[in-house]
Design a protein around this ligand. Structure first.
Ligand code: SAH
Ligand code: SF4
Ligand code: F3S
Length: 471
């Protein structure tokens, strides 16, 4: 495997734009406007990648549509994090045989994290002959070339070389929202938590240059974007691989200094690398949302060690204590895994006591899923599935009651929210901490900040009314 990060030269990207032009010309020759559908699985990183796939497709003359049926191109941008995610993809991929039968010229691609997994491309080669191309995240920047090869040669394309990863600036993007934007600040991961497939499928940690990120943020803000979410598997190690002397807190402070009325969020933080400087930087700027997603994974120091997380229970608790001290209104969310191989009943209780002590606003809860090629998949796992399910249910019940109580305490408070959309009869908004609020109001308010008085709550969300005061 090539272990060096490559920066894709502008000249290489120009070649990809030239492929976009060839594809456009091909469809002009066919005398019709082709359509494309991109389906995204997994995390925000994949959402951000799908915006680039749509950008390339649009530059190649395609109209983006909302379903696979009848589309000239279907791209499945996949997630490999848990087995369940993969089963869904294989199920949906199988179902595409029918759409392709009805529209035989349809070209089907599979990309994203599963495409970089050992064995997946072989399985597709053998058992999914209707798939025209497979490319891993390392090859996303070459999508126009891959698509052109399929169209012009009619042969299946596999771009799955295992690489450390690259950085390509300037891929066109069709963003899902004109109000909120994802900005990847780094790619890949070096942590190799023993349960996790991400470092194998997304390559080594590599940071974008600070100036490229600032430039992107400036232009987003100038175009009216009100919320920017910085993305990375471990944003706290931003900059470690760069020549310039910059860390994540420095980057945050510089983005916050861009003039304009906007909020910055970020994810994900790793408790090993997050610390006082980050929390002080957050506390010092009104433009940095007081929201922190800080996965703890387990409340047991023994399990954390087996997970290769490089912090223990006490360290995690001390981080949270400091963060809440400097940001009293902090909204704290986390990820937790139940049933890691060898987790004992007592160790699971430690997870519950940590949750009770921290009182997270919300938790993303997962049952351990063995991933082929990761160390944890080889570990002894004597706990029966039924027991893991019981633990999971207890954990969820505890967290639900905490979330419900925290949400109840919002009632009567007036909070500055960004009104970001509507669902049926309500406008939807997010508090600075990222909690969902539903409220009655005119859709002309979408895209503005407003003060909202909270009138009711449940485990998952808040209900409110527009306050008289200007936000
Ligand atoms: N980079 C982020 C998270 C990426 S994956 C971080 O380090 O926090 C999102 C979450 O999925 C992880 O935090 C973890 O809780 C969960 N996860 C990852 N691999 C898993 C596996 N094999 N089984 C169950 N949950 C897993
Ligand atoms: Fe996976 Fe750990 Fe990297 Fe997060 S930090 S992506 S959990 S290896
Ligand atoms: Fe899934 Fe890849 Fe994200 S495995 S969670 S889509 S980094």
């Amino acid at each position: 495997m090539n272990t060096k990060t490559t920066v894709i030269e502008q000249a290489e990207l120009e070649k990809q734009y030239a492929f976009c032009d060839k594809i456009s010309a091909y469809w002009q020759g066919e005398n019709r406007v082709p359509t494309a559908y991109v389906e995204t699985y997994g995390c925000q990183q994949n959402e951000a990648d799908s915006e680039k796939l749509r950008g390339y497709l649009s530059q190649s003359g395609y109209t983006i549509v909302a379903e696979a049926e009848g589309a000239d191109v279907v791209v499945m941008n996949t997630c490999a994090i848990r087995e369940h995610a993969e089963q869904r993809v294989f199920g949906n991929l199988g179902a595409l045989t029918h759409t392709k039968r009805r529209h035989p010229e349809q070209k089907i691609f599979l990309c994203g994290c599963m495409a970089g997994e050992a064995g997946v491309s072989e399985r597709i080669r053998k058992s999914y002959p209707h798939v025209d191309g497979v490319f891993s995240t390392h090859h996303l920047w070459q999508f126009p070339e891959i698509l052109w090869n399929v169209l012009s040669e009619g042969k299946r394309q596999f771009y799955i070389a295992d690489e450390a990863g690259s950085i390509a600036e300037g891929i066109p993007q069709i963003r899902d929202s004109s109000l909120k934007a994802w900005v990847s600040i780094m790619y890949g991961c070096n942590n190799f938590c023993t349960y996790c497939i991400v470092p194998y499928v997304r390559g080594r940690e590599r940071s974008r240059k600070k100036e490229d990120i600032l430039q992107e943020c400036r232009s987003l803000i100038a175009s009216g974007v009100k919320e920017i979410t910085l993305l990375g598997q471990n944003v706290n190690s931003y900059g470690k691989d760069l020549e310039e002397n910059v860390d994540f807190s420095d980057l945050l402070a510089e983005i916050a200094a861009i003039p304009g009325d906007f909020l910055i969020r970020f994810m994900t933080s790793h408790p090993r690398d997050a610390g006082k400087k980050l929390f002080d930087t957050m506390a010092s700027s009104p433009k940095i949302a007081k929201q922190l997603h800080l996965p703890f994974q387990s409340g047991s120091s023994r399990v954390l060690k087996a997970m290769n997380r490089h912090y223990d229970r006490e360290h995690y608790l001390s981080l949270v204590e400091y963060a809440k001290r400097v940001m009293p209104d902090l909204v704290l969310t986390s990820d937790v895994i139940v049933g890691f191989p060898g987790e004992t009943a007592e160790e699971f209780e430690e997870t519950l006591t940590l949750i009770a002590a921290v009182r997270f606003d919300a938790l993303f809860t997962f049952i351990f899923s063995p991933r082929v090629g990761t160390p944890a998949a080889q570990m002894d796992d004597p706990t029966p599935k039924e027991e893991k399910n019981r633990r999971f249910d207890r954990l969820c019940a505890l967290q639900n009651s905490i979330s419900e109580e925290i949400h109840k305490a919002y009632i009567g408070k007036t909070l500055r929210c960004l009104i970001d959309g509507s669902d049926e009869e309500y406008l939807t908004a997010r508090t600075e901490g990222g909690r969902l609020v539903r409220l009655k109001g005119d859709s002309s308010r979408i895209g503005t900040f407003a003060n909202v008085t909270i009138t009711a709550s449940n485990t998952w969300s808040l209900t409110g009314t527009l306050a008289e005061t200007e936000a």
